[in-house]
Design a binder for this molecule. Structure first.
Ligand code: ADP
Length: 595
């Protein structure tokens, strides 16, 4: 398994642009190839028009102003205005086309990353903090969107303009072209050096920002605990620490970027001076190819030059950043799905509910076994209570049955079929899980109940609530079943949340039920309701309960005391009490007595 990463640890950073990452994007832009071709044509037209205007200006200065007739002058100026208009509109269309293509391609990537996240095994989520997953779907993909919809197009436009300007200049005057290139060459070298330094810092900066997001998400999730333990001050300090690390790297980048303009201005001014000086020399020496008009044209071309050159350098710098973002995004997209349907997987349907763990070995991390040679055979309809010390592996038994993780050795079977050979969809339909702290989504109570079966009618949802006697409770709330619940069920008691999850499971009606019993104490009235509801839900179903309550344990057909990588004791309450071993001790020490 990948190393567990935290907010205090940088993700691995990649320094050199990896062009192969860009190749992977081709798959997403390929469907838009005709739009892209049209856009390239527009781009060429726009670049060509911007080259022609200086030529018209040259004619005006060299010839037209000397004529008495104003007709040519008006025509030339009108021509320049038309060219400018043409360039504006063609550029507008071109950017619109590429903007749309870029956004659509990125939307597809964003969608695929999201879909993939829903399929990824728990191991993926275990190996990095939530915040670092969030930045992949948000920040990194946003950066890609910006790069592909703005910067990449700009890069092409600038390169085309640059090449055209050089060609036009060469045609007019090779010696003056050489002067321009001699000024621009060192300027480019300096800028590229600067960008390279920035490029070296950028991935570290990204890693620092990811750390900050990771910490932020951790704080949001742990808000209650932080307040309860009065740790807000420490959190502030830690946040400032991770924040300052990202600020420091950012400030280094800002300082370096500030050098950009002075470098451009220095070489630009030197170039201009050299251009004027050498033109003057050439004119004085009677070089007929160089005129006042030529100098104006070259000045125009040089200004077409300097802007794009800086931009090109900046975009090249972005290439490295984008390729590292792409790498993270594709890393998510290309993660192998360790837990996915086998070809020809069986569909579990109307199962009896026999469950077998055949000599199972499991570990989350290498060489840290949690279960060793775990062997358990459960008949349909039996209720199994799992008890034992924290960290013994009770939840792990359940994680394997639901196939949240796969066994490393041995097999888990339902009705004799290995869970690895059944479709995940049917496995999760037939095996229902009741979590200790059931997740409540923002929405009404009835919508939250319907989560158990999206096609359920209102009547079915209400009937499910009635079956567990939660109906009266719900009707007493303002708006009854339409009472709006907040995210994570704020405002509901633990017992109320449990009742909603019970109603969900009644709708879902799985053949095997897994219950992680709440450890928190629940008020007497709700507790009574919950015990009644449980008895109803577990009737005629195979059930596994990570039990904390004496009554649940007592009512179980079999109790398993899990410790030391497996089943330490197994039997009914009476049998195990008689054995006077680990279970009896636990029982005396106080499984939660009923309220
Ligand atoms: P229980 O439910 O009995 O309290 P668990 O099954 O949750 O115990 O955990 C068994 C062992 O596996 C513990 O040592 C725990 O630290 C470890 N463990 C549980 N979940 C993970 C995980 N996602 N990654 C690594 N180790 C884990």
């Amino acid at each position: 398994m990948a190393k567990r990463n935290t907010f205090s640890e940088d993700e691995q950073v990649q320094q050199r642009p990896d062009l192969a990452q860009f190749g992977k994007v081709l798959k997403y832009v390929y469907p838009y190839r005709s739009s892209i071709a049209l856009s390239i044509v527009f781009m060429l037209v726009a670049s060509a028009t911007s080259m022609v205007s200086p030529l018209l200006l040259k004619r005006i200065i060299n010839d037209v102003v000397k004529q008495d007739d104003y007709r040519d002058l008006v025509l030339m100026i009108a021509g320049m205005a038309l060219l400018a208009l043409l360039e504006i509109f063609v550029t507008l269309f071109q950017q619109r086309i590429m903007g749309t293509v870029g956004h659509e391609a990125i939307a597809k990537i964003r969608q695929e990353v999201f879909y993939k996240l829903q399929k990824l095994p728990f191991e993926y989520f275990d190996s990095r903090p939530d915040g670092k997953i969030v930045v992949r779907v948000t920040d990194y993909v946003n950066d890609l969107a910006n790069f592909f919809t703005n910067q990449l197009i700009q890069l092409f436009i600038y390169i085309v303009k640059l090449v055209m300007a050089i060609i036009f200049m060469l045609v007019i005057s090779p010696p003056l072209t050489l002067v321009v290139l001699l000024a621009v060459g060192p300027m480019m070298a300096c800028i590229m050096k600067l960008r390279k330094t920035v490029r070296g810092i950028f991935p570290t900066h990204r890693a620092k920002v990811a750390n900050r997001t990771a910490f932020l998400i951790e704080v949001i999730m742990g808000e209650k605990i932080i307040k309860n333990f009065n740790r807000s001050e420490e959190s502030k300090k830690t946040y400032m620490g991770v924040h300052m690390e990202s600020v420091n790297t950012w400030m280094k980048i800002v300082r370096l970027n500030e050098l950009n303009t002075p470098i451009v201005m220095l070489f630009w001014n030197l170039g201009m001076l050299a251009l004027y000086g050498i033109s003057l020399l050439l004119i004085k020496n009677g070089n007929s190819a160089v005129t006042a008009g030529t100098v104006v044209v070259f000045t125009s071309y040089m200004s077409l030059f300097s802007g794009p050159l800086t931009q090109i350098a900046s975009i090249i710098q972005q290439l490295a950043q984008t390729s590292s973002n792409l790498e993270r995004v594709f890393d998510t997209l290309e993660q192998p799905l360790e837990i996915e349907d086998e070809e020809n997987a069986n569909v579990l349907d109307h199962i009896k509910g026999r469950v077998d763990f055949d000599h199972v070995y499991f570990e989350y991390e290498e060489n840290a076994p949690v279960l060793k040679d775990f062997d358990l055979h459960v008949e349909p309809g039996q209720t199994i209570a799992l008890v034992g010390p924290t960290g013994a592996g009770k939840s792990t038994v359940i994680n394997l049955l639901t196939r949240f993780y796969d066994v490393k050795q041995g097999a888990v079977r339902i009705d004799g079929i290995d869970v690895r050979n059944v479709t995940l969809e049917s496995l999760r339909r037939e095996v229902g899980v009741l979590m200790q702290d059931p997740f409540i989504f923002k929405g009404t109570i009835i919508e939250n109940i319907r989560y158990g079966k999206p096609s359920a009618t209102d009547e079915e949802c209400i009937r499910a609530a009635e079956l567990i006697h939660a109906d009266e409770h719900i009707r007493n709330l303002s708006d009854g079943y339409n009472h709006i619940l907040q995210e994570r069920g704020q405002g509901l008691s633990a017992g109320q949340k449990q009742l909603i999850s019970f109603a969900r499971i009644i709708l879902k009606n799985p053949s095997v039920v897994i219950l992680d019993e709440a450890t928190s104490s629940i008020d007497t009235e709700t507790e009574g309701l919950i015990q009644q509801a449980l008895a109803y839900i577990l009737k005629n179903k195979t059930a596994f309960v990570v039990a904390h309550r004496l009554s649940t344990v007592r009512n179980a057909d079999r109790i398993l005391y899990i410790s030391n990588y497996g089943i330490a004791e197994s039997g009914t309450h009476e049998e195990l009490m008689k054995l006077n071993g680990l279970y009896a001790a636990l029982n005396k020490a106080g499984l939660q007595e009923e309220n």
